[in-house]
Write a protein that binds this ligand. Structure first.
Ligand SMILES: CC(C)(COP(=O)(O)OP(=O)(O)OC[C@H]1O[C@@H](n2cnc3c(N)ncnc32)[C@H](O)[C@@H]1OP(=O)(O)O)[C@@H](O)C(=O)NCCC(=O)NCCS
Length: 294
């Protein structure tokens, strides 16, 4: 099936996720029934938290690959069911590393709710190898200098996809004062591709807890999401922490940053506190993680 001309609003929203990692929460787990129409959901069906679709609710998604009822799952968005008569497109998400379903498989999976004549399946443009690391020959990993402070601040709005609006952007900038680029550089990393910043990790060895290290901030350019750069940054930081005899790495994220929560789960972190109200001050709820270094 082919792509159509101008994007509807929901298609424009959905395209942001195409070919990228995404977390779905399932309000309609496999085996449940539609509350008013009564039909059964043969697969897990839900939404991407913190998104806004034209109908005023979150962007919806089908999860293919497991019919075990689940409350959430992360995976890769391999396609969009683009509705032709209704501005209410749906993501098609599969478990990372699984082969992409062909159009017939998608059609069969969604037919309980989609009329075959009333949608087309939209795929990512150029084929990408999702499991491959970005070509590291073009990437430079180094410790930051003070000059990197402004460069990092310049990307924390875009790279976080506007999460939390202006208040969220201000909070993030406030969490990255210059001191991190002066006093914590040995254990932090910036990544460049042909001189352009494409990733960074700000982390340190705890001064007060000799067994622990802490990842304060991590960001990857959206163009490289889902290509293993976040994993590579964590791998490098874990190695540094181990070399210094650290046994545990800690991190926190905001309760609304579900992408970060899924990423940390994939990096082997366990949740120490699922929601910790007022962790960083009034109204600043955080999720706290820890990972024991092997
Ligand atoms: C979170 C972030 C650093 C991940 O970087 P990345 O390079 O895209 O991550 P990777 O490609 O290395 O992914 C590693 C694993 O995490 C999963 N993952 C990453 N982002 C995910 C997301 N948003 N939703 C679900 N899973 C995700 C990947 O699917 C992959 O899983 P796999 O091991 O099963 O293949 C990046 O998305 C980012 O910069 N986000 C905005 C900033 C942010 O939220 N930072 C964290 C809080 S400080």
């Amino acid at each position: 099936m082919t792509d159509t001309g101008a994007d509807s609003k929901s298609l424009a929203t959905a395209r942001h996720f195409l070919g990228r990692p995404v977390l779905l929460r399932f309000d309609r787990p496999a085996g449940s029934h539609h509350p008013t129409h009564g039909y059964r959901y043969p697969i897990n069906y839900g939404f991407v938290p913190c998104t806004l679709a034209p109908d005023g609710a979150e962007l919806d998604g089908y999860y293919l690959g497991s019919t075990t009822p689940m409350s959430w799952a992360s995976g890769i968005c391999v396609a969009i069911v683009h509705r032709l008569h209704d501005d209410d497109d749906k993501l098609v998400v599969v478990r990372s590393g699984h082969p992409d379903p062909d159009d017939a498989a998608i059609a069969a999976a969604v037919e309980f709710q989609e009329d075959r004549e009333r949608y087309v399946i939209v795929r990512p443009g150029p084929p990408t190898d999702r499991t491959a690391m970005p070509d590291t020959t073009n990437l430079t990993f180094r410790t930051p200098t003070e000059d990197d402070h402004a460069r990092v601040l310049a990307v924390v709005g875009d790279w976080w996809g506007g999460l939390g609006g202006d208040a969220g952007a201000r909070q993030r900038a406030a969490l990255l004062p210059r001191l991190f680029f002066q006093h914590f550089t040995d254990t932090s990393i910036v990544v460049e591709e042909r001189g352009e910043l494409v990733g960074f990790l700000i982390g340190f060895l705890s001064q007060s807890r000799p067994d622990e290290a802490y990842i304060h901030f991590v960001g990857v350019s959206p163009d490289l999401h889902g290509r293993g750069l976040g994993r590579e940054l964590y791998r490098r930081f874990f190695d540094t922490a181990r070399r210094h005899g650290r046994k545990v790495v800690r991190a926190i994220t905001s309760d609304t940053n579900t992408g970060s929560q899924a990423f940390h789960a994939r990096m082997g972190f366990t949740v120490s506190s699922a929601t910790y109200p007022d962790y960083d001050g009034a109204g600043m709820t955080r999720v706290t993680f820890e990972r024991v270094l092997d």
